[in-house]
Write a protein that binds this ligand. Structure first.
Ligand code: FE
Ligand code: FE
Length: 327
């Protein structure tokens, strides 16, 4: 059996949120230190992905170190905020070269933060890179700028991994890195070994993908560097608690990871707007543990036989029995 599975979460899971309705926020603002202390209350959480710059005040890396240490947490990745107001027209694809440089400099700083914490990767989420209207952009130029921006950083920092988290839309109506296949195409063109995908299960789902298939594709190209999970109704990035809606597809996703001997953090990317964030994380991890036990229980040989025949009912019966008896 695999060694003990490590669970993680994006630190934003423990922040409070503002949307275009509750412009006063869904709770009192929290600092990154508050959020780390809350993350520390989750029973089985070992790693966090930190947003950079740190939110809620000016903090040194050493202050963050202290907070992590008292909560027994490690940093898996750093997410530079290349999607805030100044980047409203894009980070890598911004029409203003000065803003593109700003993005590049911020990510370069984030790379140093990754080195400081000995984290696994710089996470790029170019949420503002894309377009909203027909005729708004030169598609060829936009895609080239998306690849050039990532490629330049990866070649300047060969000691680090850069992961791109693709997403179909929001905040841009069309995001440049919008699907697994397109992101892989871009990465093959960039042609560097240290660029990969962070596969967000929910982004794959609402992008009309089958997350298990997307995972297999990214693995086949040697580019699945990270993943996170949550759940949604397939129309939007709802970021609900993992396992709450599509448990069997989630099971197939993790089955695919295990089948390929993919080892890494099982990470939460949830936005508990109205829920207690610690309870939401505990609940999700409890379910992920059931998934892990279900995988132990799954008769993989019989499943392979069923799949060799494309036997849907036979395969489903094996999967459902293993998962639903494991919770
Ligand atoms: Fe995510
Ligand atoms: Fe998301």
């Amino acid at each position: 059996m695999a060694s003990k599975q490590v669970y993680g979460a994006g630190i934003w899971h423990f922040a409070t949120y503002v949307d275009r309705y509750a412009t006063d926020g869904y709770g009192e603002p929290r600092t990154i230190l508050d959020a780390i202390d809350l993350a520390g209350k989750v029973r089985d959480l070992s790693v966090v992905d930190l947003i950079y710059p740190y939110f809620g005040g000016e903090y040194t890396n050493e202050q963050i170190d202290e907070a992590l240490e008292r909560n027994k947490l490690r940093v898996v990745g750093i997410t530079p905020e290349i999607y805030t107001r100044v980047f409203a027209k894009g980070s890598f694809t911004n029409p203003d070269p000065g803003i593109r440089k700003l993005a590049h400099d911020l990510i370069t700083e984030a790379a140093d933060v990754v080195r400081h914490f000995g984290a696994d990767y710089v996470k790029l989420w170019p949420g503002q890179d894309g377009w909203d209207y027909p005729f708004q952009v030169d598609h060829g130029a936009l895609w080239k700028a998306s690849m050039d921006g990532v490629g330049q950083l990866a070649s300047e920092n060969p000691d680090l991994k850069f992961v791109v988290e693709y997403k179909p839309r929001e905040p841009r109506v069309h995001m440049s890195y919008h699907s697994c296949a397109r992101t892989l195409l871009g990465m093959e063109k960039i042609g560097l070994p240290n660029v990969g995908i962070l596969l967000d299960y929910g982004h794959a789902l609402y992008g009309g993908e089958s997350p298990a298939d997307s995972a297999q594709l990214a693995i086949d190209y040697g580019r699945l560097f990270g993943m996170d999970v949550n759940d949604n109704y397939r129309g939007w990035d709802d970021d609900l608690v993992a396992g709450s809606l599509n448990p069997i597809e989630l099971f197939e996703f993790f089955y695919t990871l295990r089948k390929n001997k993919w080892e890494g953090v099982w990470q939460l990317d949830q936005f508990p707007f109205r829920e207690d964030s610690v309870a939401a994380a505990d609940h999700a991890i409890d379910f992920l543990k059931a998934v892990d036990r279900g995988l132990d229980k799954l008769d993989c040989e019989a499943l392979q036989k069923a799949q060799d025949q494309h036997d849907a009912i036979g395969a489903l019966a094996l999967a459902q029995r293993a998962l639903f008896s494991s919770y």
